[in-house]
Write a protein that binds this ligand. Structure first.
Ligand SMILES: [Zn+2]
Ligand SMILES: [Zn+2]
Length: 296
């Protein structure tokens, strides 16, 4: 049973193809479940603010379920852009819709979007520039997201390196580790989860989000809830790197993954990596994986 729980169709302001294209591709790849997870943004400075239409997205999922039911499960998900000051509004909003899965992600903090690649201006305004880049605001917002209890899984946990000036990750890792480890411990203790997001394998950081060491730390802290996601914005990107992700999850100590229905986690046995062999491969899979974070 293969899942891809992080997918952006045209229902997401930055998705490029209709759900139908993703569903057909999912069947080709042998996926059994996908979750459509459009961006929901609550801060006027974010690029998708005011563009999320929850009713249209619900209908999109219902239509896909009718068309592909029995062959592919299509779940109603959402990727919330978390900013601590909007916590009450987010909680109120989430209570109003019948989600299967809610991903909480930190993108923008203040004036800076940590998820955009280094050198590209944040869509909602310029960042602080190389001299001003710091992991601290991101990590503080991430801890608040973990402590909020609002989310089933935290999305692309260490995506912050994507926006870091070249060479910064290596310099900042030791400083960032204690706070990141704290985030992971909070999520593990709460019984909530992480996603293993493969998009970073194809981006500047060249790592999954989270990287292997963080994933293993989550497991060692008692973390059990884990989903997989490609963060695909096109059907061609669906399922990318899933074979590699399954190898990492196994190496990190996981023997199960988690599916969701109406936000209730349901563990199922970790698929063998070979089951995902038909998916687009990771650029340079290696075992053991290259270290990103220092090993605690
Ligand atoms: Zn995201
Ligand atoms: Zn996403």
């Amino acid at each position: 049973m293969l899942i891809d729980y992080h997918v952006h169709t045209v229902c997401s302001w930055d998705g490029r193809e209709a759900a139908d294209a993703f569903c057909r591709r999912a069947l080709e790849l042998g996926l059994s479940e996908i979750a459509l997870t459009p961006h929901a943004e609550f801060d006027p400075r974010e690029p998708g603010f005011g563009r999320y239409q929850p009713l249209a997205c619900l209908e999109e999922v219902q239509q896909a379920q009718e068309r592909y039911g029995g062959r592919l499960e299509v779940l109603l998900g959402v990727e919330v852009s978390f900013q601590p000051q909007h916590t009450p509004r987010i909680a109120e909003f989430l209570a109003g819709w019948p989600y299967d899965l809610v991903i909480g992600s930190v993108h923008r903090v203040g004036e800076f979007d940590y998820s955009v690649p280094y050198g590209r201006e944040g869509a909602g305004g310029p960042g602080p520039g190389p001299a001003g880049w710091s992991p601290e605001p991101y990590l503080e917002a991430l801890l608040a997201a973990a402590e909020s209890g609002l989310f089933d899984v935290l999305g692309h946990l260490d995506v912050l390196w994507r926006s870091a000036p070249p060479g910064t990750r290596e310099k900042e890792l030791d400083r960032a580790w204690p706070r990141m480890a704290q985030v992971v411990a909070v999520v593990a203790r709460s019984g909530r989860g992480l996603e293993l997001n493969t998009s970073g394998l194809y981006q500047g950081p060249g790592q999954t989000y989270p990287a292997f060491e963080l994933l293993r730390h989550f497991r060692r802290e008692g973390g059990k809830v884990l989903t997989l996601g490609s963060d695909a914005h096109t059907a061609a990107s669906l399922g990318r790197g899933l074979e590699y992700a399954l190898e990492l999850a196994s190496a990190a100590g996981f023997s199960s993954l988690t599916r969701f229905r109406r936000r209730r986690p349901q563990p199922f046995p970790l698929p063998r990596p070979a089951e995902a062999r038909g998916c687009p491969p990771a650029p340079a899979p290696g075992s053991p994986p290259q270290a990103v974070w220092p090993s605690p």
